[in-house]
Design a protein around this ligand. Sequence first.
Ligand code: ZN
Length: 124
Amino acid sequence: MPDELDARLNRIGQHAFRAKFRLRGRDRAVVDLRGITTVRQHAEELIGRRLAPADPRNDGRQTPYRGHPVFVAQHATATCCRTCLARWHDIPAGRALDEAERGYVVEVICRWITRQYAPHSPPP
Ligand SMILES: [Zn+2]
């Protein structure tokens, strides 16, 4: 029985653009080598710097398509920019994210990454 967050990820994943994203290659290797706890710290840093400000730099184009597992997860989960965050996660643009919202975005990203692994062999 999926919880609320899984249900939301399932809904977002039905969108053709979001469904294209998979964690593979070097981006997946980062998780395999460094572990999900470290990747979660990266997510906290990246979100704090690139998404959380009231007016993020280059908003709408600030998230590369590869180069870090968090970036791939952001596109897959519609947490890539403030427009997507508002549309898909009901977090309004135009003001800084608060602590709870930052935590929520990090959780969404890490949940998606974990779901890219089989249930019986989760990321290290
Ligand atoms: Zn976006």
